[in-house]
Every structure is written in structure tokens, then in C-alpha cells.
Ligand binder design. Sequence first.
Ligand code: C5P
Length: 219
Amino acid sequence: PQSHSLDGKTVLITAGPTYEAIDPVRFIGNHSSGKMGFSLAEEAVKRGAKVILISGPTSQKTSTKNIEIHRITSAKEMYDEVFKYYEKVDIAIASAAVADYAPKIVAKEKIKKSEEEFAIELVKNPDILKTMGEKKTHQFLVGFALETQNEEENAKSKLQKKNLDMIVLNSLRDEGAGFQKDTNKVKILTHSEQKEFSLKSKDEVAKDILDFVETQLKK
Ligand code: C5P
């Protein structure tokens, strides 16, 4: 691909899971590997962009110092980190699997086992991407959707509700797509277009996504 096609652009990418603390040793998390976000970061840098990667806990590493990586743990921390930079970026891509809820109270000491049943009260986390949509001025905003039913309909409604320019739909129905895999199968939707891609490596998917973004920016 075009080696300088994103010259002069700043791209903000969220990646990985978030961990929501229950007590000093436990958390609520998910199986996101962070691979999709890291592939996007590598590809954007190759195209000449300045990349700010905000990632939750993951074993992924960046191969180049040109990616400015900020590692955070919780959704709240990701939110705070994103909005330190959001105003100044040209493109924002939210590929993180942010926990929807966090424990209302984080126990100061390790919780001892006692009762047969034990409940943890949860409160909703801020929707980082939705807030980016609300604060959008000039940014080209890309979200992800992972749906198990009415995929396209839900992705389209997310595109509207979160004020996005583009949404990448991951299909869980496809073998080899999604969490903890090296491959992904996506459908990209904008307000006026949609395109379905075949199953390929996340590095290749990152190229498809950025190609699509670049085409939209030229319009
Ligand atoms: O609404 P839903 O969680 O399905 O939307 C998924 C998209 O929203 C992804 O792009 C994800 O990164 C983003 N998101 C977010 N903050 C949240 C929840 C989701 O940025 N709290």
C-alpha cells in the first residue's frame, strides 16, 4: 500500500480489553487480545501517520518506537487517556473491548470467601466511543461492532447513535473471526456504503480498514 498516504495525519486507536477491579487481586475482564488494534497501529505508522495507541492489558508489543503507546487498565482510565488527545487527532478508531460495567465498590482488602452466594453490584462504565461522537468536530470516527444477532441492523443503529463515520462489523458466526484469533472477517459500513471482506489475517484486515478510511477522507 501507499507508504505515505497518511502523512501528516494523527490517528488515535483504542485496543485490548479493560480490567475492572473487584478487590486488590481480582477483576472483571474479557478475552480481547488487542491484536486488531495493534495491527491497525502498525499499518497506520507504515503509511506515515502519527499514532497514539491507548491499550488495555495485553501481551501485544509494538515493533516500532513510532507508535506512542499508553497502557491503561480500566475503562475509566482509558476514557481519561483518550480525551487527553482526542481533540487533536484526525482519525480515531475504537477497537477496544471496553467493559460495559464495573464494580460499584472496589474492596480495599482481598474479599474472603464466606457465604454460599455472593453478589457484586455493577455500575455502567462511560461509553468512550459515544462520547467521542458527541465531542466530534473534524475527526473521522471509526467504531467496531460485534453482534450475535441482527448484525447489520445493530451495526447501522450504532453508526447513527454514536455519531460515527464508519463501523467495522465482526462476525462471530464465522469460524476464525474475532477474539483471540489471528484472523478476522469483517463488513465495513458507512452511512451510504457497505462492503464485505473475506476471512484474512488481522494485519490484512487493518489494511482494508485503513484503505476504506482513506477513500472516505478523499470524498
Ligand atoms: O455499544 P458497543 O459496546 O457494542 O459498541 C462497540 C464499540 O464501542 C467499539 O468500537 C468499542 O471500542 C466502543 N466502546 C467504547 N466504550 C465503551 C463501550 C464500547 O469505546 N464503554
